[in-house]
Design a protein around this ligand. Structure first.
Ligand SMILES: CC(C)(COP(=O)(O)OP(=O)(O)OC[C@H]1O[C@@H](n2cnc3c(N)ncnc32)[C@H](O)[C@@H]1OP(=O)(O)O)[C@@H](O)C(=O)NCCC(=O)NCCS
Length: 246
């Protein structure tokens, strides 16, 4: 798992790393800032994935499901899988081996929908729990549950269209959805954000560590013993490719 603040990350040469379709998409954004966020998030994703693959960042080819979930061309279901989420300057990435994964990150803000909406899309227990939280903490709690749901629906690939109020993630760390078991985890990120990730299958062992990089870039990094390559002994690889702007 990776959490990166894009204000502390710059890719040296995006033009040579991104594919033509990514470069075209970067031009669709209304603001330069949003375009740059997309560009650097994509470069970062490619650099992270190249740690797990025998490819240079620029050689990775993404393909997309009908609902937009990206995967790496040539990787089987036993191979490297990933998911990415953005919120403002934050990017969260989860990488696995042989398990479907989904991740969501949200910057905590107070413009959340009202409780009536929560009742439509959240389970009874979730909506009730949200209604018992008052003041600014309510938005944070709402978003915490929201990120779990979105991470699940990104892991399955359904996207937001799969949202329904039968999914209850309030106190659960595992859930059966569409006949498949999923593990739901909150991801410890800086306090202005909330994040969750979901992994297909039974329980997995997760170690968490925080790694500081040259120039102050921080990545929160977790390892599931049986599904993520343990790169902890090779931190030089990270420092080589992940660097801060000068
Ligand atoms: C997936 C989805 C929930 C993401 O919502 P979001 O909060 O705006 O965005 P996030 O930052 O968390 O995630 C965006 C990333 O999710 C990934 N993603 C897109 N669709 C996805 C899907 N169906 N499942 C999993 N991941 C998906 C992409 O990598 C995207 O990153 P990118 O923009 O750099 O390519 C939302 O886009 C969605 O519901 N998409 C499905 C739309 C659909 O059903 N389309 C059918 C064809 S019209």
């Amino acid at each position: 798992m990776y959490f990166v603040d894009l204000r502390h990350y710059r890719c040296d040469n995006p033009v040579t790393i991104l594919s033509p379709d990514e470069r075209e998409r970067a031009g669709w954004y209304h603001s330069t800032n949003a375009s740059l966020q997309y560009i650097h998030a994509r470069c970062l994703l490619r650099e992270v994935l190249s740690l797990y693959l025998d490819h240079n960042p620029s050689d990775i080819i993404f393909e997309y499901s009908t609902k937009g979930k990206p995967h790496i061309r040539g990787e089987s279901l036993d191979g490297v899988q990933f998911n990415i989420s953005h919120s403002g300057d934050a990017v969260a990435i989860v990488v696995s081996r042989g398990r479907k994964v989904g991740i969501d990150v949200e910057k905590i803000r107070d413009d959340i929908p009202d409780l009536e909406l929560a009742k439509r899309f959240f389970s009874y227990a979730e909506a009730a729990a949200i209604s018992h939280v008052h003041g600014p903490k309510r938005a944070e709690f709402f978003l915490k549950i929201w990120t779990r749901k979105e991470a699940l629906l990104k892991a399955t690939g359904e996207g937001i269209g799969g949202l329904d109020n039968s999914i209850d993630l309030i106190n659960k760390c595992s859930i059966s959805h569409n006949g498949i078991l999923w593990q739901v985890h909150d991801f410890a990120v800086p306090s202005e954000y909330t994040s969750a990730f979901v992994v297909e299958g039974g329980e997995c062992f997760i170690k968490k560590r925080e790694v500081s990089f040259l120039g102050g870039l921080k990545v929160f990094y977790s390892v599931g013993r049986d599904f993520i390559n343990d790169l902890s002994h090779d931190s030089s690889k990270h420092t080589r490719i992940l660097h801060s702007p000068q």
